[in-house]
Write a protein that binds this ligand. Structure first.
Ligand code: ZN
Length: 298
């Protein structure tokens, strides 16, 4: 399900599964770098991804960080890139106050409506649940409720859940809650897994059946790509390729070419050639960037 409607899974092609085109986290961080609000720039930057061979992206801006379905639709029309939109709410500090006044099932109902009927009156439908986050290394009561609501929306709709968990193994705590709610973890992506390059963490995600997502490629302030590459090659050697997803999580002005950053094409033009040089086969790259996204976005 894209912002322009349903497409056949074969049309997805090369897909990055955790990106942002328009996002505002600036209202919390107070840094203008954290504000992407220019459609023209988004179109230009996305066209560079297309030129490099990209076909689709999952855009995970959701509640609290200014999701804009109509703008995403215009960007998809202008670029020819398939855009899969998220739903739900991001993480604690970004929640609107109303989260505290609504029941878990009421939150789930809104996600279900976004998926089945579309957001508000737009008719533009979400294709994935998330990104659903925790702010620190534990879940606050509100974050736990949003996560449980996401689980219930998943059970009603079958759409995958994509998580935000940074710098520690808190993704496993999220998986525990989802499991309690009856979610089959095969339909769950643990996002930002490469913000904590810990083999035990990645193996545990794999063992439980969820996806290990390396979505910070090019984000040197977290880890240099060199370390990400080493960890990824190791996971592939261990036979985990069918549970790995790749993306670049562009969410700041300084991530874009216009401002001197690496852009949405960094994975294709820089990182994948390095993977090949490190001995990763063309087929394994295809599994991570085409086959796995096709399965999880079904
Ligand atoms: Zn995130």
């Amino acid at each position: 399900m894209t912002v322009l409607g349903e497409i056949s899974p074969e049309k997805l092609g090369f897909t990055m599964t955790h990106e942002h085109l328009l996002i505002d986290t600036c209202w919390v961080t107070d840094r203008v770098d954290d504000l992407l609000n220019d459609e023209e720039i988004a179109v230009e930057e996305l066209l560079l991804y297309k030129k490099a061979g990209g076909n689709s992206i999952v855009e995970l801006t959701n509640g609290g960080i200014k999701r804009n379905p109509e703008a995403l639709k215009r960007i998809a029309e202008r670029t020819g890139i398939n855009i899969i939109m998220g739903c739900g709410w991001y993480r604690g500090p970004y929640y609107p106050e109303e989260i505290n006044h609504r029941s878990t099932n009421n939150l789930a109902e809104e996600m279900i409506r976004d998926i089945i009927e579309g957001v508000g009156e737009t008719g533009i439908r979400a294709g994935i649940i998330g990104e659903i986050g925790v702010n620190l290394d534990y879940l606050t009561p509100a974050e736990e409720r949003v996560l449980r609501a996401a689980a219930r929306a998943h059970i009603q709709t079958g759409k995958a859940i994509t998580l935000h968990a940074e710098y520690c193994s808190v993704g496993l705590d999220q998986l525990n809650i989802l499991e309690e709610e009856g979610v089959d973890l095969k339909r769950v992506i643990v996002g930002h897994a490469d913000s904590f390059l810990n083999l035990k963490y990645h193996e545990e995600i794999y063992r439980r059946g969820a996806y290990i997502q390396f979505d910070g490629i090019g984000r040197d302030h977290i880890y240099p790509d060199k370390m990400r590459l080493k960890s990824l090659v190791d996971l592939i050697k261990r036979g985990y390729v069918e549970k790995i997803l790749l993306s670049t999580d562009r969410c700041r002005r300084s991530d874009l070419h216009l401002y001197g950053g690496k852009g949405y094409d960094h994975l294709l033009v820089d990182f994948i050639p390095k993977l090949k040089k490190a001995g990763v086969t063309k087929r394994d790259i295809e599994i991570m960037t085409v086959d796995n996204p096709k399965i999880i976005l079904d």
